[in-house]
Design a protein. Structure first.
Lengths: 105, 175, 639
């Protein structure tokens, strides 16, 4: 519990953070920037898990445990994404989204 | 005191998040992301989830950010200015996001959360025993699954990243 | 009597067909000929053995030849109505086995010489085997449906063999014509079968034909338009038989079918397949005879008599020797039909039935011989037309003598085969119906006349200038001629009335001297007339043709039946019925479908831009969709 701060305020912050991530994901033209936006989205949801656990069900640990899982999955995802980006860069010398349309055909 | 701290952290989160998604320099946006992640760790400290805050700092700020920075340095020229989406598309996306924020916030504010006043702080021991418990409500199975996923991701990342360069003639054929 | 080995008779040609058909390209032509001949030799041996066993070893029980059958249920509709597959052995099926075997064997041997050097040699033998198999299956069928299956199979084989020279337009047209006309007739057959199945509840010949059985006793149970439904069914079945046997007015396909190779004409369009219609009526003879006091049988008699006369008149005017033989075949088939039509059932009453089968037997021999002889001539001079032939007796002595024997046999000169069978037919007609008798006698005279017309035209008359000197055909072709000539001489002495009769009991047949004398006399008059007209080239025939004027022209153009059919089909059916339907189909049915297709293509062309392949566009659509759905479910449509 944060003194004087209700759950509404924290959820507002995470919501804004989430949509900033979405905005970034949709507008950035670069694979790494998109990855950054995904990290923002993931973090927004992690904070939600933790805060709801803390404010509504303080005796339980599910929220915290799920936060850990999400962080782990995010780490795995980032590692894979980075390896794909590096591989792609070796093949086509670019990490721009518009150049990665080979798979489409 | 805590209240002011929270507002400061929230402000940092929102401002640097916006900066991260709108900066035209790649490395800077990664650093802005680092600030956001650290502020979130600060939030965890504020609600007394120290263990989570530590994980946030080590895994995110320590691991992922470094990984991203490395990849940026590998594939990018520092001076390169990123090109931005068309203004129209930016505006439309921003509008859609604003509408989304509006919908979700109104939903949240119209819902009556049953907040329980408490001061419990979870300890590392609690989390550890919960993760490894195979009693009811234990998380041993997801824990193992996550371990395997991480292992698979590591191996996959290594194999993909060291993959051979595609032969020239194959390239031609794809085109 | 153990009849299980009889199943081998059709199986062997089937195996040969499959072998030759599958390894068509791999087998050397010489070998495929031997495979065909020896396969059929085995079947022939078995057929003769079966005939010997049936008629002599097993013989009659209580004075009657027994009927044997072995069958398995193939398709079950109700307890009584089911389609069986099996073999039925009775006097006519055994006799047909012998006929089919002998003629088919001779044709196989003959084809080895006749088709030598042809590209599709192996294919030809494969088709011949397929036909032989189907014909065996047809004569051994135990029920109406099985006979129908093999009926269509012989139709297919006939189609394949008529169209054998598939690069010739005329051959393709003839094949199609034969198939469509017989198919049209088979439609009647099928409906007849279905009516019988519906009203009697069985397809089985033994049940249907039992004179004391419920089918024949209860024929009057249901009537339709003044006639018993069973009579209607029999008439429809006879339409099928008339189509196959080229009875008027469904005869138009047979002359054109002569486009096929000559051995095929001998086998299919003279000796075996075309008698299937006669066989069918004979197979259902008790029904034809007993139901409605033989109403359907009278139709058979009149159609047969008319066809015999009609075809004989046309035959006189034709110049293509194979077409003369084709019309002759049609005429003789008419003879067989009329004999069946005037037949009674028991004892000497059944002389017509016996005469019909007898004539079928002898006719198969001498008509096959005539065709094979004609084939030998065509082989030598490379033409079908009388105007290209003449004086060939010096070059082709064996063909000459065998052809003469066959011509004498068909003309009814004693003691050759045709005399005996024709005499029996005339006796039956005389006892039953004087009008039909006179027609029969007149046709006998015409037959002798047109047959000797072509005989003199081919082997006597003025010698033509040939491109290269005609010579006698090789042994593989002359040997079958000699064998068939021998059979044409001797077949008449078989005491047929002992073996093949309607009631299966047999009777003592006597020569009716006055009637025999009349028939022979008429035949001799025909021969003498032909002698006068055609022995030496003279203008007599042309003058008489002129004297008859339009009648001659009329007959030579086959009474314009082809033209009438074409008129009905093209001007009326195609123009008034088919074309509007086709137009409707093209414009509206097709149009709708094509329109739907075109609209789909257009729409997809317009909207395919949405599928840009860019992740971010999809993500945007996804997010926008989620937001819209959230708005809808939260504000517009809560709960």
């Amino acid at each position: 519990m944060i003194q004087g701060i209700s759950i509404y305020e924290i959820l507002t912050v995470t919501t804004v953070l989430f949509f900033i991530g979405v905005y970034g994901f949709l507008t950035r033209k670069n694979l790494i920037s998109m990855l950054i936006s995904v990290e923002l989205i993931l973090n927004a949801s992690v904070v939600n898990f933790v805060v709801i656990n803390k404010y509504l069900y303080p005796d339980m640990l599910q929220g915290a445990v799920y936060a850990i899982f999400i962080i782990a999955v995010a780490a795995a995802e980032t590692a894979l994404a980075i390896s794909i980006i590096i591989n792609l860069y070796r093949q086509i010398n670019s990490v721009e989204v518009k150049d990665t349309e080979v798979m489409k055909h | 005191m805590e209240r002011i701290l929270f507002y400061i952290l929230a402000l940092i989160i929102v401002i640097f998040a916006i900066a991260a998604v709108s900066s035209r320099k790649m490395l800077r946006s990664v650093i802005y992301l680092l600030f956001v992640l650290c502020s979130i760790a600060g939030l965890y400290f504020l609600i007394d989830y120290n263990f989570l805050a530590a994980i946030q700092l080590t895994v995110y700020a320590g691991g992922i950010i470094v990984l991203i920075i490395f990849s940026v340095l590998l594939v990018h020229h520092i001076e390169l200015e990123l090109e931005l989406a068309k203004p129209l598309k930016q505006i439309i996306t921003a509008l859609a996001c604003l509408v989304g924020i509006g919908v979700i916030l109104t939903t949240i504010y119209s819902y009556d959360f049953k907040v329980i006043e408490n001061d419990t702080a979870i300890t590392t021991a609690d989390v550890g025993s919960k993760l490894l418990s195979y009693d009811q409500g234990g998380f041993i199975l997801p824990f193992e699954v996550i371990s395997v996923v991480l292992l698979a991701a590591m191996i996959g990342a290594i194999i993909i990243a060291k993959g051979k360069q595609v032969e020239k003639h194959e390239n031609k054929r794809i085109e | 009597m153990d009849i299980s080995y009889i199943i081998l008779i059709p199986i062997i040609p089937l195996v040969v067909f499959l072998l030759l058909g599958i390894f068509n390209q791999k087998i050397k032509p010489g070998i495929s000929g031997y495979v065909g001949v020896f396969g059929l030799l085995a079947s022939t041996t078995l057929s003769f053995y079966a005939a010997y066993q049936y008629f002599f070893v097993y013989g009659k029980v209580d004075g009657v030849f027994q009927t044997f059958s072995e069958k398995t249920v193939w398709m079950n509709f109700t307890d009584t109505l089911h389609i069986d597959m099996g073999i039925l052995v009775d006097p006519i099926s055994v006799m047909m086995l012998v006929v089919v075997s002998v003629v088919s064997l001779m044709v196989h041997m003959y084809s080895r010489g006749y088709m030598k050097g042809d590209e599709g040699y192996t294919k030809f033998f494969a088709f011949l085997s397929l036909f032989t198999f189907s014909m065996y299956g047809l004569v051994l069928a135990t029920n109406l449906f099985q006979i129908y299956i093999f009926w269509e199979l012989v139709g297919v084989s006939s189609y394949l063999l008529i169209g054998y020279y598939y690069t010739k337009t005329a051959a393709i047209a003839a094949a199609k014509k034969a198939f469509i006309v017989t198919r049209f007739a088979d439609f009647g057959f099928l409906i007849g079968i279905l009516i019988i199945g519906f009203y009697t509840g069985t397809f089985d010949f033994e049940t249907l034909n039992n004179p004391e059985g419920s089918v024949i006793l209860n024929w009057a149970a249901t009537s339709f338009m003044g006639l018993s439904v069973i009579t209607w069914a029999l008439i429809l079945i006879f339409i099928g038989g008339a189509g196959k046997s080229a009875m008027f007015p469904l005869h138009i396909w047979l002359p054109d079918a002569m486009e096929g190779p000559t051995p095929v004409s001998a086998l299919i369009h003279a000796a075996t397949m075309v008698v299937a219609g006669v066989f069918l009526v004979a197979r259902l003879f008790p029904m034809f005879y007993f139901v409605e006091d033989g109403f359907a049988l009278n139709i058979v008699a009149y159609v047969g008599a008319f066809s015999a006369l009609f075809a004989a008149i046309i035959a006189i005017t034709q110049t293509d020797i194979k077409r003369v033989l084709a019309f002759s075949t049609m005429s003789q088939l008419g003879y067989m039909m009329l004999a069946l039509g005037v037949s009674g059932y028991e004892g000497h009453e059944g002389v017509g039935y016996m005469a019909s089968m007898f004539h079928l037997f002898t006719h198969a021999m001498f008509k096959a011989l005539l065709f094979l002889g004609a084939g030998s001539v065509i082989h030598a001079v490379h033409s079908n037309y009388l105007k290209d032939m003449g004086g060939l007796r010096k070059y082709m002595p064996i063909t000459n003598i065998t052809f003469l024997i066959a011509a004498l046999a068909i003309a009814g000169v004693p003691p050759l085969a045709g005399f005996w069978s024709k005499d029996e037919i005339l006796v039956a007609a005389f006892e039953h119906n004087k009008l039909i008798y006179y027609v029969g006698v007149f046709v006998a005279g015409l037959t002798a006349f047109y047959m000797f017309r072509i005989y003199f035209g081919i082997f006597w008359g003025k010698e033509r200038t040939y491109d290269h000197k005609p010579k006698e055909s090789p042994l593989s072709m002359t040997l079958p001629l000699i064998v068939l000539a021998f059979l044409s001489v001797t077949a008449g002495f078989i005491p047929f009335s002992e073996f093949v009769t309607a009631d299966k009991a047999g009777f003592e047949a006597h020569l009716n001297y006055p009637l025999a004398a009349v028939a022979t006399g008429v035949g001799l008059i025909g021969i003498v007339l032909a002698w006068i007209f055609y022995k030496n080239e003279n203008s007599l025939s042309d003058r008489y043709a002129k004297a008859f004027g339009p009648l001659y022209k009329w007959a030579s153009d086959k009474f314009y039946f082809d033209e009438i059919y074409m008129f009905v089909a093209k001007k009326i059916l195609f123009k008034r019925v088919s074309e509007p339907i086709a137009k409707f189909d093209k414009k509206y049915v097709d149009g709708t479908m094509v329109g739907i297709g075109n609209k789909t293509v257009l729409t997809s062309k317009k909207i395919k831009g949405i599928q840009s392949g860019k992740v971010q566009d999809y993500a945007f659509a996804f997010i926008a969709g989620v937001v819209v759905l959230a708005l809808v479910f939260i504000y517009l449509w809560p709960n």
